[in-house]
Design a protein around this ligand. Structure first.
Ligand code: IVH
Length: 692
């Protein structure tokens, strides 16, 4: 879309260095707008920021200031015009230029062969070429551009009429406010697509809600759909939505630029600066190639950064599309191929209250077991009182549950119309279900807690967490064994793991010599685990694996934290007020310090032995991501190796990624990385050579 990157970067620098010269800014105001549009495109469409957030903000403020002082120069597509006001957001009902149809569904090979047969019969052709692309699981939208300007954005509504949501749509930075359609001879165009919330944005949004003590949301799709109808556009902007465009429903275009296929239309949208399904599309010569592609894509479903619920197969030739036409419900030239369902209804039989290692009480819904997307689900966390209230859950209710991608199962809603009258309220306990002490809730939090630190449930959960795979990784000391040992008084707290009387264990049923030897060896070797694992294992509230690594790298010895103030702690990356307070609180507690001293006496590693390696490691601070199947190493071994050399493992492809290590059958991550030229792509062999 933008060919001369260097020139745009040069222009950006020119504005940064002439920022005080208001005459310069004013006389080049159109270029400044174009520079900002260029950076929005790189950041939001290509996922490849070319300047820092601060520099972008600086340029944006320069434009805002100039426009404020000279309101007559404001243009409709100025980047400042995304900022909407909530006053005029009444959602007027408007008519689509062309009705928004649905798609016919297919579920297996036979359905697809049937679709192909009908298309062949209707057209008289022997073989039909198809364009296959993901079926995005978001909220559908329709956009109109006239003379290159975004003039209207609409929800699907009833298919004929929808709500005018232009102000909200302008908050989505991957939707350009103006696009160079005139370059392709297009005066007016209506485009269809899907507003999406990526898995990452969804997770971050839920983390934010949890931090604010608010109920979390069930899935990215509902959140994206809900976001479109929010009255406050600023809130929409906060949700980091994305939009993918996949269909041109109406176009006025001169003949010189006309394209002949759907695949070329996707390419046109991409060239005009939109995120489209261009990069995931596949042109299949015949239905057999379609079947092969959709089946293989289903395996990759969880690797995509966003949710899809199937594939869409479209006749590629636009002429043939026209010939085949449509019913009042769906086009005859397209069909959706639905992946295995990940939603089902079942009955909420009961709610149990569990006590976590920080004393948080989590209500867990016990469900009539139901099979979705390859697993049987029989219990689901229902988080807290607010969540239960918001979802209007009652015992005996029929509930709709969903297992979306790698997101854990959630209750989407209760089906209130199925109530028979014998359902009853979920009563939250006032006392801890285990130690019976009174429960408390902090102001502004949604979670009730048992604050008795001797509460049996908490002690057991703390031991389980300490020994778990991601913490001290003591094999043979899993959930059930810890509970059993605790019952038999063999374990009382974390240090007792290292004082276990192995003779007594021999008397426990199912414990032979071999399992005792293995357990003994696992406990002994866990003493050498690096400091970050120990910190994570201590179960300090809000300290996850990443924060534990940051903390471990900031000290020579664990007990240095005793003397650190919350201000000291906040200088560390990703440690905010809340996390700092929690760490400070933990290390101010005498019994925690005594426990740490006892662990040191028992031979655990409290010194940071890794710190030096990280500082001198030649990969210090470089980010890594592994994709596909490696042949020599397991994924976690390769990650550990990169970390040992100072590398940082990240979860997705973005401009912040330095190295993508590619194994066999690498999918979309590789494709995405190829488009960001700062990412170095290596195979396993090259990676191993690099780290020597
Ligand atoms: S094409 C006239 N392509 O799925 C045909 N739709 O269940 C227009 N959807 O109404 C639709 N991904 O909202 C098309 N790649 C894709 C899609 C897609 C998701 C949605 C769309 C459609 C619904 C049907």
């Amino acid at each position: 879309m933008y060919s001369n990157k260097e020139q745009w970067l040069q222009q950006s620098k020119l504005f940064l260095s002439n920022s005080l010269n208001s005459q310069f800014v004013l006389s080049n105001i159109n270029t400044l707008r174009a520079v900002l549009q260029f950076h929005e495109y790189n950041y939001y469409v290509l996922n490849n920021a070319l300047i820092s957030d601060n520099e972008y903000d600086f340029l944006f403020n320069l434009l805002t200031k100039a426009e404020k002082e000279n309101p007559e120069i404001i243009t409709k597509d100025s980047p400042t015009q995304r900022v909407g006001s909530s006053l005029n957001n009444g959602f007027e009902t408007v008519q689509h230029l062309v009705p928004m149809l649905s798609l016919e569904n297919s579920y297996n090979e036979t359905d697809l062969l049937d679709f192909d047969r009908k298309a062949k019969e209707a057209s008289g052709l022997q073989e039909i070429e198809y364009c296959v692309e993901p079926k995005l699981d978001g909220a559908s939208i329709s956009l109109i551009y006239e003379n290159d300007l975004l003039t209207r954005a609409t929800t699907r509504g009833n298919g004929v009429e929808g709500d005018d949501i232009t102000t909200n749509i302008k908050q989505i930075r991957s939707i350009p406010l103006s696009a160079p359609f005139s370059k392709y001879g297009i005066r007016q165009i209506e485009i269809r697509g899907e507003v999406m919330m990526t898995k990452e944005a969804f997770q971050k949004y839920n983390e934010k809600l949890t931090q604010q003590g608010l109920a979390t949301v069930a899935n990215p799709r509902n959140t994206a759909a809900g976001s479109l109808r929010i009255k406050d556009p600023k809130e929409v902007a906060q949700r980091n939505l994305d939009a993918f465009l996949y269909h041109i429903s109406y176009i006025t275009q001169n003949n010189t630029h006309k394209v002949n296929t759907h695949s070329q239309q996707l390419n046109l949208l991409w060239n005009c600066g939109f995120r489209s399904t261009e990069n995931e599309k596949f042109v299949a010569k015949n239905i057999n190639e379609v079947i092969e592609y959709v089946t293989s894509f289903e395996q990759k479903r969880d690797d995509l950064p966003y949710e899809i619920d199937g594939m869409v197969i479209k006749v590629n030739s636009l002429l043939l599309q026209e010939q085949l036409g449509m019913t009042s419900h769906h086009p005859r030239w397209a069909i959706a191929y639905k992946f295995k369902a990940r939603q089902a209804t079942t009955v909420l039989n009961a709610v149990e209250f569990q006590v976590g290692r920080t004393g948080a009480i989590t209500p867990v819904a016990k469900l009539e077991p139901v099979f979705i997307g390859g697993v049987t689900v029989s219990s689901i966390s229902v988080h807290n009182v607010e969540y239960i209230k918001e979802k209007d859950l009652k015992i005996g209710d029929t509930v709709l549950i969903e297992r979306a991608g790698d997101v854990i199962p959630q209750i989407v809603k209760s089906i209130t119309t199925a109530r028979k009258g014998n359902e009853h309220e979920i009563v939250f306990p006032e006392n801890c279900p285990v130690c019976k002490n009174q429960l408390f809730k902090e102001e502004g939090e949604a979670v009730w807690r048992c604050i008795n630190i001797e509460c049996e449930a908490q002690v057991v959960e703390k031991i389980i967490h300490f020994a778990s795979k991601d913490a001290m990784d003591i094999k043979g000391l899993g959930d059930a064994i810890v509970r059993k040992f605790y019952e038999k008084n063999l374990l009382k707290d974390i240090p007792t793991i290292y004082k276990l009387n192995l003779t007594n264990i021999g008397e426990i049923e199912g414990f032979g010599k071999k399992s005792i030897d293995n357990l003994q060896a696992a406990i002994a070797s866990s003493k050498q685990q690096p400091l970050n694992r120990l910190i994570y294992g201590l179960g300090i509230r809000f300290v996850g694996e990443t924060t534990a690594k940051t903390l471990a790298n900031s000290v020579e010895h664990l007990l240095e934290f005793k003397n650190k103030t919350t201000d000291d702690l906040q200088t560390l990356e990703d440690v905010g007020t809340k996390v700092a307070k929690s760490i400070h609180h933990f290390f101010s507690n005498e019994s925690n310090i005594n426990m740490i001293l006892e662990l040191e006496q028992l031979g655990l590693q409290l010194k940071n032995t890794k710190k030096q390696t990280i500082n001198i490691g030649e990969l210090a601070g470089q980010t890594f991501l592994f994709t596909g199947t490696l042949s020599k190493l397991k994924r976690n071994q390769a990650e550990a190796l990169a970390e040992q050399h100072g590398g940082i493992i990240v979860s997705g492809v973005s401009a912040k990624l330095n190295y993508l290590i590619v194994g066999d059958d690498a999918g979309s991550k590789l494709e995405k990385a190829k488009k960001i030229n700062t990412i170095k792509i290596l195979n396993e062999e090259e990676f191993l050579q690099m780290i020597g």
